[in-house]
Design a protein around this ligand. Sequence first.
Ligand SMILES: Nc1ncnc2c1ncn2[C@@H]1O[C@H](COP(=O)(O)OP(=O)(O)OP(=O)(O)O)[C@@H](O)[C@H]1O
Ligand SMILES: [Mg+2]
Length: 395
Amino acid sequence: MRQHSFPRRAQSDLPARLAAGRPSRAPAFRFDASAARHYRLLFENAPDGYLATDSGGTILEANQAAAALVHLSPGGLDGRTLASFVCAEQRDGFRNQLRRLKRAPPGVTREWTVRLQPEGADRFEASLTVSCLAEEPRDRIGLLWSLRDVTRRRRMEEKLKHSERRYRLLYAETLRNRDALRTLSARYLYAREEEAKRIAHELHDEAGQITAAIHLALAEVEAELLPRGREKLRRIGSLIEGIEERLRHLSHELRPTILDDLGLTPALAFLASGFAARTQVAASVKGSTGGRLDPMVETALYRIVQEALANVGKHARSTRAEITLAREGGNLVCAIRDDGVGFDDRSVGRRIGRAAGLGLLGIRERVGALNGRMQILSTPGEGTELRVSVPLRPR
Ligand SMILES: Nc1ncnc2c1ncn2[C@@H]1O[C@H](COP(=O)(O)OP(=O)(O)OP(=O)(O)O)[C@@H](O)[C@H]1O
Ligand SMILES: [Mg+2]
């Protein structure tokens, strides 16, 4: 940019005039020629545009940065009104603001953003800060201005607002999708449970009727046989009893009738004793649900404990497992603890849903479908605690 020299009038007296306006209590500042040059240099080379105008906005002094903003030489600004650089549609509003500023108390500072229209160049957003001189205007200077092109900042702000709006929309959509997935997951789990119930009943009742009929038929045949034949028939009978036992077990695994008939606490006690008998891990249930719960909650908690115990049996290498049940506020809290090898619970996020295992993922799904919370506390060598808290709904 071309260096502009100020008119001699401006060069010699602006700093002195500003200094003369200092409050009387401030130490007197004596201006000599070198101080004036010093302040002139600071004013001229300031990175922001600076202007001095009379109280009506007519430009009396301008530095290089101010002139460069409107594509003029600093001398070219002298005598022009600042309003003449404001774009046509904002000019009246700008003049009104200036008029109001005349009535403002001395020393007041205002900040405005206006669109400036330089001659022969593109308009741009400018941030103006204006201060009213705290004392009677001298040499007509009433207002001091700083100017800055904020087009880039504005664009960034716009972009930021745009991406914030987009982010909000995406976030809302994610929440909607999450809720839809939860509903879907809850319906799927319900349907699966109903199907398990149906198969369990068929196994128990229909297969039970068939095996009972076989026992009757065997008894009829037995009466007609010699002792050696009877012995063979008894062996067939005990094989069928084995099948009956297996079917009962399968039916119970699919859907324990005790859960529907007696509720969660007895069903968990039954589950724990079966687990202890199978695995040699001492398992116990402490506390209670304090009565029957919503069937969805009972089923979900039963399945959660079932998977947690399966994990104890598979991974923990522990000697005991403890299940606790307690009401806390409006929630039912169920914890499953073991004293086994534990694992790094910081890796839970990574473990959940990995191809390796679906158990914890299933637990999280069930807890999520009930709007509950799940926590895993585990440290290698110090056992594991899975804690689940679900809001209670009236049955
Ligand atoms: N009680 C526990 N003690 C030690 N490690 C555990 C325990 N519970 C879970 N883990 C660790 O967390 C991992 C994930 O468990 P998750 O139940 O999701 O999968 P899995 O048991 O490996 O497979 P799946 O449940 O599908 O048969 C396990 O592989 C194991 O490393
Ligand atoms: Mg598992």
